[in-house]
Design a protein around this ligand. Sequence first.
Ligand code: RUB
Length: 311
Amino acid sequence: MGSKDVHEISEKIQSMEIRGAGKIARSAAEALRQFAKDSDEESIDEFLSQLREAGGVLISSRPSAVSLPNSVRYILHRVENTRVDDVEELKEAAIKIADEFIKNSVEAVEKIGLYGAKRIEDGDTVMTHCNSAAALEVIKSAWGEGKDIRVIASEARPRYQGHITVRELAAEGIPVTLIVDSAVRAVMKQVDKVVVGADSIAANGAVINKIGTSQIALCAHEARVRFFVAAETYKFHPETSLGDIVEIEERDPSEVADPADFEGVNIRNLAFDVTPPEYIDLIVTEKGVIPAQAAIMIIKEEFGWAVGGRW
Ligand code: RUB
């Protein structure tokens, strides 16, 4: 049944078997697609109510990547506004809409790669953090254009997504060096550009990304190294324009260390941090390259309908 898939995908997002803001968004769309496909609801109202409920389950999986609620609301909004007489037609429409989101998302990452690569020069050393498909697309695209680049990637403790990154780049033949997170400042003088991804981008241009990103931005700022963010427009957070704050996920302490070995010690596992817009040179989206301060424009253009009437 479709709802089983929804719960399964939700659990995989929670456990991070499915991770990375773009992949999370596409998986949520896949779950809703499957839900519509398997649905045996016989009335439009019942189908819509079940679809909304499935969307709610998915949204509650992880809090910091706005790509997740944005993908669910992309689908729900369009399905709710599709005029049909028959529930089966509505299910078909839901499947098409989910497919459309997934296709757009894949194409967005490709475009970001092309636009972002223009800012990477032959001979550059590029630093990245965590494992962002959008950021890596910029790097791979620059390499694909024949630019002789090298990459420095940090580990991204405690889940070591940096390991995925270095393996992915090495598999493409791109020269890549792995460093511990705390070595970022020590090597920053050898870096020409930093490229990272985003889980959410607030209306003021602040970027929420893997814990450690803001320290890298601070070091880059100090060393006058340019700092780029690669992010699809569904990573922009509409409610921040209404004053909402992005919730920073705090995961289980056991990912950091076994609490049994540290009696009397409080272990915290903050998964994301906030990089202020003044440390960001530009954000590369599929709609073009913008300064962080223009985030509100993207939110108005892309999500005006989502917060419609509330501005
Ligand atoms: C992943 C992370 C990535 C962004 C962007 O965190 O912070 O930089 O999600 O990734 P986690 P992408 O591993 O905790 O999900 O560009 O692939 O969407």
